[in-house]
Design a protein around this ligand. Structure first.
Ligand code: NAD
Ligand code: IPM
Ligand code: MN
Length: 347
């Protein structure tokens, strides 16, 4: 029987609950579709950091390289480990080392879920640049603790990096409704963002079938709320994409619904699948984390592995679950109850 080896990194807080939920569903969906998934769990997390002084072992990246894909819950426990340490020690290095440059985040309402907007018919695919830009980590601080202190955080945008993410976006737009929104702040940021606009303009000539529009990120944020149905594919830099996709999560009902895929489009290394949300320390241990975002991310993993049939089963089961009112109101149904309902709806 065909089998896929999956690295499981539950991480911290509700990451553990939602990864377990997603795994239960994926395992069952694979059986229904006649293949197997084999999970190997890694305890890399803030707890691991407290015990070992590292978020993952020195050879962690090499260990992960051999897997077909990675399923991650969430990383971060700010009361114990500074976020700048935990995230730069685990999540961000994986995205970078495995050249997962396309972070794909779909935003639409599942049936029965009521978002905060009047509009119900939006279907937005956010594509976030995932390896450079504002997250380059370049910079530093001088004269620390004095009035002369200066902190510099340098955004690095390369032509290769911007071209490949925009090309990826144009290809997605071509396969969807033919509209691409390219997001910058080129009125204020006159180097990198003008550069991004120029590349958008240049590539648009290669995609005459795609209507490409450049937006400033502030205006695009407003548009996501005022006229989300006018958007199809949205391509943004690492930080802008991060912020816009929490807006995307909000309009689809909350962070518990927003899925995400960190894709290495060249398939030269594993891709990683995780919900948009974090470890939610405020509700950890309550058993009420919504597992839908993690399960949906798992469906994106099956799709990436080429298992379209199984991916479709998971999405249909999710839709059947919310359509009958399970998992549609934050905190009403337990993580286990939602997971059981999704499993029961699988066929
Ligand atoms: P968060 O996403 O963890 O939580 C924000 C709010 O959304 C909280 O009120 C939380 O209860 C709620 N929420 C999130 N997921 C939910 C779910 N599945 N079901 C129901 N409610 C949910 O963001 P935060 O509080 O800013 O971050 C907490 C920690 O997680 C920090 O350490 C942060 O750095 C980290 N973080 C990690 C990732 C990741 O690993 N991919 C993503 C975002 C934040
Ligand atoms: C996300 C998260 C991460 C990001 C953090 C935790 C570093 O917010 O995946 O959206 O900003 O990429
Ligand atoms: Mn985020």
């Amino acid at each position: 029987m065909k089998s896929y080896s999956i690295a499981l990194i539950p991480g911290d807080g509700i990451g553990r609950d939602v990864t377990a939920a997603a795994w239960t569903v994926l395992d069952m969906a694979a059986r229904h579709s006649g293949f197997a998934v084999t999970g190997t769990e890694f305890p890399w997390s803030c707890r691991f950091f407290k015990e070992t002084g590292r978020m993952m072992p020195e050879d962690g990246i090499e260990t992960l390289r051999g897997f077909h894909a990675i399923l991650l819950g969430a990383v971060g426990w700010p009361a114990e480990v500074p976020d700048s340490v935990s995230l730069h020690g685990l999540l961000l290095p994986i995205r970078k080392a495995f050249v997962q440059y396309a972070n794909i985040r779909p935003h639409r309402l599942l049936p029965g879920v009521t978002g905060p907007l009047r509009a119900e018919s939006f279907d937005i695919l956010c594509i976030r640049e995932n390896t450079e830009g504002e997250y380059s980590g370049a910079g530093g601080r001088v004269h620390q603790g004095t009035l002369d202190e200066v902190a510099v955080e340098t955004s690095i945008f390369t032509r290769a990096g911007v071209e490949r993410i925009l090309r990826f976006g144009f290809e997605q737009a071509r396969a969807r409704r033919g509209r691409l929104a390219s997001v910058t702040k080129s009125n204020a940021q006159k180097h990198s963002m003008v550069f991004w606009d120029e590349i958008t303009h240049k590539l648009a000539a290669d995609y005459p079938d795609v209507a490409a529009t450049s937006y400033h990120v502030d205006a695009l944020a407003a548009r996501m709320i005022m006229a989300p149905e006018s958007l199809d594919v949205v391509v943004a830099s690492n930080l802008f994409g991060d912020i816009l996709t929490d807006i995307g999560a909000a309009i689809q009902g909350g962070l518990g619904y927003a899925a995400s895929a960190n894709i290495n489009p060249d398939r030269s290394a594993p891709s990683m699948f995780e919900p948009v949300h974090g470890s939610a320390p405020d509700i950890a241990h309550l058993g009420i984390a919504n597992p839908i975002a993690a399960i949906w991310s798992g469906a994106m993993m099956l799709d990436h592995l080429g298992e379209r049939d199984a991916a479709g089963r998971v999405m249909k089961a999710l839709e059947a679950t919310t359509a009958r009112g399970v998992g549609t109101v934050a905190g009403k149904d337990s993580t286990d109850a939602v997971t059981a309902a999704v499993v029961a709806a699988l066929n």
